[in-house]
Design a protein around this ligand. Structure first.
Ligand code: HPA
Length: 272
């Protein structure tokens, strides 16, 4: 379990590399990391250099922090994230969120690529996360609570901030981008779900399923940050169409919606 001093050590290291003081954080999921390339005056720090950060190995992720300006706002972006299925503890998965909070981040945009469970959605749609279901049976806050980071029993009735959701909805309408709304279910992976599991997940009330986001969102709320969650629905979940799922397809479709995704996020940043 990371200590408060570990968070401060990572923060001080980052502050030693840049004079920027970001108030907006972004976690960029599979195939969506190119948004970080639009950051001006970027300072790029590989995760491997940051004290106490784990090292990510997922395909399609660059594994670096990019700090700079985007749409007139000072931002810190995670290009690539740590996944539970890679074998990291949830403490390791969520440590960067603690560090972003220590950097001064108040609003955290969390993105991901995921599968559509709701059959009225289509691959390539973007989805505003309205709520989530934790199907993994563990929680990043398990363990001793550090009250300097947050309360023991945090309220999670509004994980995905209603004001930020309204803002994203307005921006999507203005830009003529179709934005679905839905509940995201967290699946540990790394195997995709079976058709029977997808039927179960639909019955439980989820519209999309993926292997990330929930741990980071829970820790962000614990730390008092406002969260906005945007999913890129890269495929219909297993069993909906009569075809196998592949990671290549996920990356390919995420690449195709990148334009809409980038415009939506930039529009949100502009007005935040
Ligand atoms: N299931 C879980 N995770 C995913 C999927 C999916 O269908 N697509 C992209 N990430």
């Amino acid at each position: 379990m990371h200590k408060l001093e570990d968070i401060f050590e990572a923060r001080d290291f980052i502050f030693s590399k840049t004079d920027s003081r970001p108030t907006i954080g972004m976690i960029l999921g599979s195939g969506l990391g190119t948004l970080a390339d639009e950051i001006s005056n970027p300072v790029t720090i590989p995760y491997s250099e940051i004290p106490h950060f784990a090292k990510s190995e997922a395909v399609g992720h660059a594994n670096e922090l990019v700090i700079g300006e985007l749409m007139g706002k000072t931002v810190v972006a995670m290009k690539g994230r740590f996944h539970y299925y890679e074998g990291y503890t949830l403490d390791e998965v969520t440590f960067p969120v603690r560090v972003m909070k220590a950097l001064g981040v108040e609003n955290l945009l969390i993105t991901n690529a995921c599968g559509a469970v709701n059959t009225s959605f289509s691959p390539g749609d973007l989805m505003l996360i309205t709520d989530h279901i934790n199907l993994v049976g563990t929680n990043p806050l398990i363990g001793p609570n550090n009250s300097e980071l947050g309360t023991r029993f945090p309220d999670v009735s509004r994980v995905y901030n209603p004001d930020l959701r309204n803002l994203a909805t307005k921006v999507a309408i203005k830009q003529n981008i179709q934005l679905q709304n839905g509940v995201y279910a967290w699946w540990s992976g790394p195997a995709y779900e079976t058709p029977a599991e997808i039927r179960m997940i639909r019955v439980l009330g989820a519209d999309a399923v993926g292997m990330s986001t929930v741990p980071e969102a829970v820790v962000a709320v614990h730390g008092g940050m406002k969260v906005l969650g945007i999913s890129c629905l890269t495929n219909m979940a297993c069993g909906i169409l009569d075809q196998p799922l592949s990671h290549d397809e996920v990356i390919e479709v995420a690449g195709k919606v990148r334009g809409n995704f980038v415009n939506l996020v930039k529009g949100v940043l502009e007005e935040i």
